[in-house]
Design a protein. Sequence first.
Length: 93
Amino acid sequence: MKNRELLIKITYLLSLINTATGAFLKIVHFEGARTVMTIGIIFTVFFILSSIYEVNISKRIKRNEKIMWTVGLICISAIVGFVYVFNGRKRIV
């Protein structure tokens, strides 16, 4: 259980850092920016999928809240991911 929490936090932070760094490097037309951004997007997809799985197997929250978390993680993963990792996960898992 503790390993899954650590994994989700690490993937969220790595996705945020790599995507932001890749975007900055793309703006300044730096070589390798596409690779950094791709790695960030892969981490983001992994974070979203693992978080959605965790939300949907939870027995602590109702169906409508599961739908809310799922849609939020898909549409605005950076903001909802922050809320999920640092606040909402304690109540869900």
